[in-house]
Design a protein around this ligand. Sequence first.
Ligand code: SAH
Length: 257
Amino acid sequence: MKEKEKKKEKKKKKEMNQDTPKTEKELEKITMNQNTIGIPRKERNEIFAQKCKEGVKVIIDLGFEDLMRDIDITSMIRQVTTCYSMNRKSNSPLNLIFYDIGEKVNNQLIKTTYDKWLGITTYKHDGLDFHNMVKDNYPEFSENKQNIIYLTADSDNEITEIKQDELYIIGGIVDRNKYKGLTLNKAKELGINHARLPIGEYLHLKTSKVLATNHVFAILAYYINVKQDWKEAFLSIIPKRKIEEEDEEYDKDKEDI
Ligand code: SAH
């Protein structure tokens, strides 16, 4: 191959390998599989609320606003709004709590009229403390703290599957890798369990395995709604720029979602 052609080929490869994180709309569509055509809105909402009650339990912990700049809070609000939209469109929505909403987060979140969001429970910063909040919503976990799992990339434990009888927590923080161990330490302080996603079992990442809140949420939603297949979930959600090319081959052969 001539030098010029080689360069062209390299450029094309580079372009294909650009960071292509899914847009919010694309993320929302992933779990969209509701067959509710013809059902009146009120009934449809009731069905959705019931499904949420029965869903896998996930808490998004928003109690980190003092560690974020305003710009990061705005990014976090966008991420949790995407989580909500994705859940709202899911066939098997998660049972979702937004916990520890401080003043700054509330002031931005209120613009999205989140107080009217369906199938979601919210707690302000001055509301119940963590253990009482769990007791109020999920009394079965109060005695069984081993089944409350803070998802954190810094844990030495790894989850192997998502279980109905476990309660998962995702940290709602954009910190650009500034606060390593933040949620791991929080889990230890709270006396609850912690675990990372099994990314290393399936993929080689070029960068750190710390993912954004909405991507972790989307991975759980994918696993529950689309297919119980970690590799497929990771390849569908994790931005391409993070994934080694050899692993990406799998992605190319896979059907579009
Ligand atoms: N330094 C922060 C990182 C925030 S990333 C921390 O200490 O958590 C946003 C959240 O996504 C994390 O709090 C965690 O709940 C979740 N998360 C990100 N990558 C993860 C991974 N590889 N495994 C499990 N959870 C992860």
